[in-house]
Design a protein around this ligand. Structure first.
Ligand code: FES
Length: 165
């Protein structure tokens, strides 16, 4: 046990209270409020962050369970001056209305696209340029854990599709 967690590349000491959720740790202990609390019950995806490359609902896990892990939040994906490709695409496609679900959507989509890239065999035929293109339907299925109460799904899918191509 090191009692240290890496958040966006910065080592942070885990909270003394072992009952602290990862979500509350990020928002209340180290001030990274980009990660949102929606339902706090694993149903909306607003709290999605990336832990060791895997997207998870940070409301459903305790910070203490992530000793030594690497966490990436929306703040770690880009900045207003240097947004990630997905952040740019969400802006270009109006992939939000109120924006509350957006950090979770972008963290989830970032990890999802990386998962697909990782699954693509490195010894694939040279005739193939890359993983098969994601259809809008597949993106909706793979992003089904992230709800948007405003219903901006068409634009969210368009933004993800642009980056996936
Ligand atoms: Fe974690 Fe809704 S706040 S899934």
């Amino acid at each position: 046990m090191s009692d240290i967690i890496s958040v966006n590349g910065t080592p942070q000491r885990l909270p003394d209270d072992p009952r602290t959720s990862l979500l509350d740790f990020l928002r209340q202990h180290i001030g990274l409020t980009g990660t949102k609390k929606g339902c706090d019950h694993g149903q909306c995806g607003a709290c999605t962050v990336i832990v060791n490359g895997i997207r998870i609902n940070s409301c459903l896990t305790l910070a203490a369970m992530h000793d030594g892990d690497e966490v990436t939040t929306i703040e770690g994906l880009g900045t207003p001056d240097r947004p990630s490709d997905l952040q740019k695409a969400f802006l270009e496609h109006d992939g939000f209305q109120c924006g509350y679900c957006t950090p979770g959507q972008i963290c989830s989509a970032t990890a999802m696209l990386q998962e697909i890239a990782n699954d693509w065999p490195s010894d694939a035929s040279e005739d193939l340029e890359g993983p098969p293109q994601l259809t809008g339907e597949e993106i909706r299925e793979r992003m089904s854990g992230n709800l948007c109460r405003c219903g901006a799904y068409a634009n969210i899918v368009a933004a993800i599709r642009e980056v996936a191509e």
